[in-house]
Design a protein around this ligand. Structure first.
Ligand SMILES: CC(C)(COP(=O)(O)OP(=O)(O)OC[C@H]1O[C@@H](n2cnc3c(N)ncnc32)[C@H](O)[C@@H]1OP(=O)(O)O)[C@@H](O)C(=O)NCCC(=O)NCCS
Length: 325
């Protein structure tokens, strides 16, 4: 009987248009909004991000990442028996982006659904896929984080629009007799919904309320630092492991200062922290699988390494997954 799930392949995709801080500052200046490369780098570590073309869909980004993950796992799309897409920027209100991804991959029949936990979405989706594999509901899952976050940014608000980017990451998670995923620790507290949200909704054929990101940056920063430290320790305790056992920390790529603070709390040297925020910005649910695939393809994360993944975001939601790669 299957006891575990294991990541057998990773993939990612960035839309071709790379926008540096200087490019963005020049664009914002045309609206009378002042920002600078220095300010963005110093406060966040971000130097560039990618923005999807106007006609691109979140499912397109997800399909590119999924194909690369399948290729690296040596699997055909027809072998997939579960698709979960973590996204905050779905193609449509419904059906799910996962259903659209399934169709674009040329397959049919297996269960598919989206998970909405904003920037923690991939951690939630991976935990759900792991549970479904361990109970025998699935044997070969595609778990995807995909976002076109630029569509919900307010380019008149310099406190948020400089932080985010578009992209997708995916893993193939398969049934395995050896671990794999070791433990997971998920949390949410809806009382913090106002500090990071897109408050609008569709009603009567119109968007009611703002369809753009609103954030209290300092409140988010403080909460993120606290909860990421807490769930890192919690997931290690659940798995019976120590901080010393971690080969790689791959946290949500939102802000280098938050990421370094988590590494310090775990007493990890900076070399064990996977950093892609400088090139990707915050890609929400895509950030962790994008960073993971980048680190795998760069030869950093290797088979057998112990990896701590962490997410935090709107809701407020947060969580961690500890795994042997
Ligand atoms: C957003 C964030 C970078 C702001 O950094 P900060 O050090 O808290 O900066 P503050 O909000 O105190 O703003 C400092 C000053 O910079 C200004 N400022 C804000 N955005 C700016 C920008 N893009 N360019 C230039 N100046 C900017 C502010 O207006 C403020 O000016 P003032 O002192 O004259 O009022 C930081 O709070 C943060 O990263 N928070 C977490 C955000 C996050 O990770 N969200 C996603 C979680 S999933």
């Amino acid at each position: 009987m299957t006891s575990y799930s294991r990541i057998t392949g990773t993939g990612s995709y960035l839309p071709p248009r790379r926008v540096t801080n200087a490019d963005l500052a020049a664009e914002l200046a045309t609206r009378g909004i002042e920002t600078s490369d220095e300010w963005i780098v110093e406060r966040t570590g971000i130097r560039a991000r990618h923005f999807a073309a106007p006609g691109a869909k979140t499912s397109d980004l997800g399909v590119h990442a999924a194909r690369r993950a399948l290729e690296s796992a040596g699997k055909q799309a027809t072998q997939v028996d579960l698709i979960i897409v973590a996204t905050t920027t779905p193609d449509m209100v419904f059906p799910s982006t996962a259903a659209i991804v399934q169709h674009k991959l040329g397959i049919a029949g297996c269960p598919v659904f989206d998970v909405q936990a904003v920037c923690s979405g991939f951690i939630y989706a991976l935990t759900v896929a792991d549970a479904m594999i361990r109970t025998g509901t699935a044997r070969c899952a595609l778990v995807i984080g995909a976002e076109i976050f630029s569509r919900i940014l307010d380019f008149n608000d310099r406190t948020t629009c400089v932080l985010f980017g578009d992209g997708a990451g995916a893993v193939v998670l398969e049934a395995s007799t050896a671990p794999g995923l070791l433990a997971s620790d998920l949390h949410a507290d809806g009382k913090y919904l106002d500090i990071l949200c897109v408050p609008g909704h569709v009603a009567g054929g119109q968007v009611t309320g703002s369809p753009l990101v609103r954030m209290d940056g300092q409140a988010v920063f403080k909460l993120a630092v606290r909860v990421l430290g807490e769930c890192a320790h919690a997931v290690l305790a659940k798995a019976g492991r120590e901080g010393d056992d971690i080969d790689w920390l791959i946290p949500h790529q939102a802000n280098i200062r938050i990421m370094e603070s988590t590494a310090r709390k775990l007493k990890l040297p900076p070399e064990k922290l996977v950093v892609t925020v400088h090139e990707h910005g915050n890609t929400s649910a895509a950030s962790v699988p994008l960073a993971m695939d980048t680190a795998v393809r760069a030869g950093q994360v290797k088979r057998g390494d112990t990896v701590l993944l962490e997410g935090v975001g709107g809701g407020f939601t947060w969580g961690a997954v500890l795994l042997d790669f």
